[in-house]
Design a protein around this ligand. Sequence first.
Ligand code: CA
Length: 315
Amino acid sequence: MAEFKHVRPAGEAIFKDRYITKIKELMMPWQEGLKGEFGLVGAPLSKSSISHSGSAFAPGSIRAAMQSYSTYSGEMGVDLKDRVIVDFGDVDLHPTDIPGSQEQIYEGVKEVLDTEAADHWLVLGGDHSISFPSIRAFRDTFGRIGVIQFDAHHDLRNLEDGGPTNGTPFRSLLEHQVLEGKDLIQIGIRDFTNGKAYDQFAKEKGVTVFTMGDVRKQTIEDLVDQSLKQLEDQVDVIYLSVDMDVLDQAFAPGCPAIGPGGMDSWTLLEGVYHAARHPKVRAMDIVEIDPTVDFRNMTSRVAANVILSYIKAKN
Ligand code: CA
């Protein structure tokens, strides 16, 4: 084949002798028999959001952002380039039926888990309502489940005032006995962002709540350690639910519910890394990114790094 002197053929690396693997290259479309350390599925539902949200586009934007980062951790001196992320695509959803779509997310996540194609699982929302069916599918597959939720909000709204929305997933999990209050830990709950009734409901149900004040006063490692210690002997598996609005608006402009006084990116990345090192942590969802209002894809870029923190932890 003739070689050009000044034209690089499409798809060929710029630096041929020191090619950098991008995290997106670890993703392989699922096919029968394919196994990997990680399985990934999108749950692109955002019609259930209380406020305007295009988070249905987030599974695509997070996958795209994974093209921007290399697989090499200089801090650990480890290249993750041999890991496989089995990409199952996105759950097929009904165009208008919200409870029906949530049921489809349950069925879709369950189907994916039943392949046993991976050791660890990543679910990309969507708004936070997807965590109810997703966590239910994990509970039905793996047994008693503990959840560490990184979030500005309790998400404990009652279901009578508007049905299952992105404000209700943890209320639904508690009321349907999928999750026990003492198996739910919320980190990053923010002032002037939640009603008093939800704080009281959390206390009544025995939910552990660490506010942003706690995050400021203690290290995220200490808070995660306390959370893991509480959960490890009482549950079979631990699920991390990462609502990107736990971040300060400066770091996550693409969240529908932005606000000041939240975490910085580093704290979230460290928190996820520290939690995911625990062997009982087997799954994580990432929710509440609306790429249509994001700035330079910043929020999806944080999400790609949250995934890298998880993968790094399982090294
Ligand atoms: Ca939330």
